[in-house]
Design a protein around this ligand. Structure first.
Ligand SMILES: Nc1ncnc2c1ncn2[C@@H]1O[C@H](COP(=O)(O)OP(=O)(O)OP(=O)(O)O)[C@@H](O)[C@H]1O
Ligand SMILES: [Mg+2]
Length: 191
């Protein structure tokens, strides 16, 4: 699935309209199926805002987001976003967090568990499956969040600063797992 941004702009305005922050101006970009793209810029330049607009969580002030050339209103299930703040469910264990997209889809319990355990292993989380997010390190929490997104097999994967809290080894493990996801499943990814 290809992803195009056409003349995308975003200005935040305060309630009175006086407090204006111009964050994005005329962004044009085309990402082909299977491509990995990184968005790099200083803090506050608008990276998260751009990802939120692509995911449909924020409205652009101008411009369009096209999936396979179509301006889709309902992007549900097509785009997976790994949030900068992880957004894990604190009351679910690591495995149950990862299983969540399969649970919504109605996959049976044994199959959910088997698939989630495979993702836990791929992301260097074996042994942490029964821990709650509060008992995981920052890097482990982020890997659970990434695994939870990828297990749902979205066509486009957006990741907001996914590698920040990581030490070298898990970063490499996860980078490899994400690359395999991109090449094997032919997904488009932005991060
Ligand atoms: N809901 C909002 N209302 C008003 N201004 C906002 C809102 N969200 C973000 N901003 C402003 O938009 C700008 C871009 O924010 P954004 O979170 O996209 O930056 P970022 O590049 O992701 O930064 P960081 O690297 O620190 O995560 C900032 O000036 C921020 O204050
Ligand atoms: Mg950000």
């Amino acid at each position: 699935m290809s992803l195009s941004l056409v003349g995308l702009s975003k200005t935040y305005t305060g309630d009175s309209g006086a407090d204006r922050t111009e964050v994005l101006q005329h962004i044009d970009c085309h990402i082909e199926d299977g491509q990995f793209v990184s968005i790099i810029g200083k803090s506050g330049c608008g990276k998260t805002t751009l990802l939120r607009i692509i995911a449909g969580l924020e409205k652009a002030s101008d411009g369009q987001v096209l999936l396979n050339g179509e301006n889709l209103i309902d992007r549900k299930g097509k785009i997976g976003l790994v949030f900068q703040e992880y957004a894990l469910f604190s009351w679910r264990t690591a495995r149950k967090n990862i299983e969540f997209p399969l649970e919504i889809r109605g996959v049976d319990k044994a199959e959910r568990k088997r698939t989630a355990m495979a993702y836990l292993e791929k992301f260097g989380l074996k042994g942490a499956e029964n821990k709650y997010p509060g008992a995981l390190s920052g890097g482990m929490r982020q890997r659970v969040a990434i695994a939870r997104t990828l297990i749902g097999e979205p066509a486009v994967v957006l990741m907001d600063e996914p590698l920040v809290p990581w030490t070298a080894k898990p970063e490499t493990t996860c980078r490899n797992s994400c690359s395999r996801y991109g090449s094997k499943e032919r997904k488009s990814s932005s991060s």
